[in-house]
Design a protein around this ligand. Structure first.
Ligand code: NDP
Ligand code: 8X3
Length: 259
């Protein structure tokens, strides 16, 4: 029997935009209670108001920088009692910075990617999963990337962080064996979100060029698959998903039409 999400508590990191916001909308529509975390307060508030209005969803917003180790553990430890029992964690917060050669890239870009995509994901996992194990229920979804499977020029550090996410998903699954807590690693290809705008430091033309002449995935497409995974029966674990746009066969092969 499929698992019902009604009244389950879902923590989504990076919920202020893109895939995270799309997950929030999908989970709210099927009755989940949502903890929405990100650094930017305003988009979180706007999204929370939308979900409360459209789905009468129970929503808690948490301004959180996942790179801040103490802030992460305090934020989870200090959740109001009614929000402590997190059933589903979606480790989605992440970013890429620049597309520079490994021997030329700004070191700050590396720190941002490694601290967010690897260490931030780990801090949140470390703070949330013990409660899942103790309660005997839980689900972790880690958002990796096709970039974790194939390295492209200028992307080596971003790609390495996503290869690490893949490894961490595998390791967590191994460490949770014997508990009912499940782990899904999902590796999407091109998804049109704020991702490229962040990568190219607000350069809208360059960001739009990434998706030019092809139909990329949307945040909704990724959220759909995540909802599918977490609603499988308790004995089924969708361990590993690669989700690509039809027009993309690999990081190096994208079919584009002249516009
Ligand atoms: P967006 O830029 O639209 O969303 C990224 C989210 O991460 C934002 O909500 C941002 O919120 C949050 N975030 C970034 N840094 C931090 C931080 N230090 N602490 C807390 N939250 C943070 O991009 P996507 O939705 O595309 O990205 C979501 C995930 O999907 C990322 O892990 C990305 O690597 C991955 N991915 C994206 C693909 C794509 O093509 N777009 C493809 C494959 C994977 P805020 O700025 O408010 O903190
Ligand atoms: C984002 C997809 O191909 O731009 O992870 O790295 S890609």
């Amino acid at each position: 029997m499929a698992t019902s999400i009604g009244n389950q508590t879902v923590l989504i990191t990076g919920a202020s935009s893109g895939i995270g916001a799309a997950c929030a909308r999908r989970f709210a529509a099927i009755g989940a209670r949502l903890i929405l975390a990100a650094r930017r307060w305003e988009p979180l508030q706007t999204l929370a108001a939308e979900l409360q209005q459209q789905h009468a969803a129970e929503v808690l917003t948490v301004v959180l920088d996942v790179r801040q180790r103490e802030a992460v553990s305090e934020a989870i430890a200090q959740l109001p009692e009614a929000w402590q029992a997190i059933d589903i964690l979606i480790n989605n917060a992440g970013l890429s910075r620049g597309l520079d050669k490994q021997y030329e890239a700004p070191l700050d870009d590396w720190e941002a990617m490694i601290d967010t995509n690897i260490k931030g994901l780990l801090y949140v996992t470390r703070a949330v999963v013990p409660g899942m194990v103790a309660r005997g229920r839980g689900y972790v979804v880690n958002v990796g990337s096709i970039a974790g499977r194939q390295t492209y020029p200028g992307g080596s550090v971003y790609c390495a962080t996503k290869a690490a996410v893949r490894s961490l998903s595998e390791g967590l699954k191994l460490d949770l064996l014997g508990t009912p807590v499940r782990v899904t690693n999902i590796d999407p290809g091109l998804v049109e979100t704020e991702f490229s705008l962040v990568r190219f430091d607000g350069d809208r033309d360059r960001a739009q060029g990434v998706y030019q002449g092809m139909t990329p995935l949307t945040g909704d497409d990724v959220a759909d698959v995540i909802v599918f995974a977490v609603t499988r029966p308790a004995h089924v674990n969708v361990s590993d998903v690669m989700l690509m746009p039809t027009a993309q066969a690999s990081v190096f092969h994208t079919h584009r039409q002249a516009e």
